[in-house]
Design a binder for this molecule. Structure first.
Ligand SMILES: C[S@@+](CC[C@H](N)C(=O)[O-])C[C@H]1O[C@@H](n2cnc3c(N)ncnc32)[C@H](O)[C@@H]1O
Length: 424
């Protein structure tokens, strides 16, 4: 590890720049090799610094506004943001001010602002730690906050923002025995059957990982398959399957599962996960619209969406995106529902789900699908399950999950799901 901390901080700054100026998600930047030149400890550190800064971005900006009258160029602003969050939250961090001053000084376009950076950070460092905990919870950018308040109200969104700021525990889906996984990992079994580990270390070093006893999957993300509740031996199509959390669940239930996804790279992860867990599924790389096999007993459609339900784990999303792709996603989801229904046998069940907080990608999609297909019904009987809480059930007969639910035990991702039944 670099003792001065500069290497990790430079990389964290690079990631923040890419997210806030290029609209790239952290996963894309890291996937493209941003961490490759760092020592293993520095990789984790850079990722943590960027994640913490994104989670606290709004709060950091408010603190900085007390010291900087006119916003500096974004390159400098991002250095200041990273520094403020470190100064405020990590009392043991060394060389914070010097590192970020150096990052600003090494860039020709901003080198003349190194004095300002130094002065601002020296000032902030005097009060950052004390002020941080007393400041308001960071709020989402307006483009996202507005529509979400319209959908769920101010109070609910304040709860959602608290959940975003708290981050997320590690949830595991056990292959077979939830109690055994909880004992081995120090976790607890949730009412829905997932195992929650509050303080997890490196996932691949956890007990039962190599043996394939479990896989990482948010508790809400594990619910669509539990809602579908297929029978052993059923032919189930998992459309949009990668990286495969739901494929693994379906395979572990003994169904005959076909997993389809357009992304070759993400499907490799499905293959790896199947191998590790010793489960089997047919894995097909294909565009969902080109896949024409019919007669499935059940279909799980986890459609591509805005992923606005996953901000607890992906605080980069509100800063990398601006909502301009929502319309196209909603159109694609609608077309996918219609195509997937065509692959289902008469009388079969389809779960439509998205990890979105936007009703247009959930409740509204289902209402409109019911309007387009006269033989389609919503299966309310499927909601008669002991783990389903009444408050989760929506007017049209689906389930809505939000990050502000389960606040005392660590929340859950935002999700929508409903069981649609095709006429026989
Ligand atoms: C929400 S993710 C699926 C998560 C997955 N079901 C799981 O539980 O791990 C959406 C997936 O849709 C895939 N996708 C996007 N467009 C697609 C298309 N036209 N055909 C098939 N898959 C598509 C993406 O590659 C992505 O893996």
């Amino acid at each position: 590890m670099d003792q001065t901390g500069l290497a990790a901080r430079r990389t964290a700054h690079f990631i923040l720049q890419q997210v806030t100026t290029e609209g790239r998600l952290m996963s894309e930047v890291i996937g493209a090799g941003a961490l490759n030149d760092l020592a293993p400890d520095d990789r984790a550190r850079a990722q943590r610094l960027a994640t913490d800064a994104l989670r606290g971005l709004d709060r950091a900006d408010k603190m900085l506004r007390q010291h900087v009258k006119k916003a500096p160029p974004i390159f400098v602003q991002n250095a200041l943001r990273l520094a403020v969050v470190e100064l405020a939250t990590d009392g043991s961090a060394h060389g914070v001010v010097n590192s970020y001053v150096e990052i600003v000084a090494r860039n020709k376009r901003t080198e003349k602002l190194k004095g300002l950076t130094n002065a601002v950070l020296r000032k902030v460092s005097e009060t950052a730690a004390a002020q941080w905990g007393k400041s308001a919870v960071p709020v989402m950018p307006k483009w996202l906050r507005g529509p979400l308040i319209e959908a769920w109200g101010q109070k609910a969104i304040a709860g959602v923002e608290r959940a975003h700021f708290s981050g997320a525990p590690l949830d595991l889906t056990p292959k077979t025995d939830a109690d055994a996984v909880a004992r081995a990992t120090g976790g607890t079994v949730l009412p829905t059957g997932s195992v929650r580990v509050q303080e997890a270390g490196q996932v691949s070093r956890m007990s039962g990982f190599i043996e394939g006893e479990w896989w990482v999957q948010d508790a809400a993300a594990a619910m669509p398959v539990r809602l579908l509740d297929p029978q052993e031996g059923d032919r189930v199509l998992d459309l949009c399957a990668a990286p495969g959390g739901k494929t693994l669940q379906l395979a572990a239930m003994g169904t005959d599962v076909t997993a389809v996804d357009v992304s070759e790279g993400r499907m490799r992860r499905v293959q790896e996960n199947l191998k590790r867990t010793g489960l089997t599924a047919e894995v097909i790389v294909s565009d969902a619209f080109e896949y024409q096999e019919t007669g499935f007993d059940a279909v799980l459609l986890d459609a591509p969406c805005s992923a606005t339900g996953t901000i607890r784990r992906h605080p980069d999303l509100p800063y990398a995106k601006d909502g301009s792709e929502f319309g196209a996603l909603i159109g694609q989801q609608e077309a996918m529902i219609d195509h997937a229904l065509g692959l289902l046998k008469p009388g079969g069940a389809m779960v439509f789900c998205t990890c979105s907080l936007l009703p247009d990608e959930g409740e509204v999609q289902v209402e409109e699908a019911l309007g387009r297909h006269s033989d389609l019904t919503i299966d309310r009987a499927a909601l008669d399950k002991p783990w389903i809480e009444k408050d989760w059930i929506t007017e049209e007969g689906g389930l809505r999950f939000r990050p502000d639910y389960w606040p005392d035990i660590g929340g859950m991702d935002g999700f929508y799901m409903a069981v649609l039944r095709k006429g026989s």
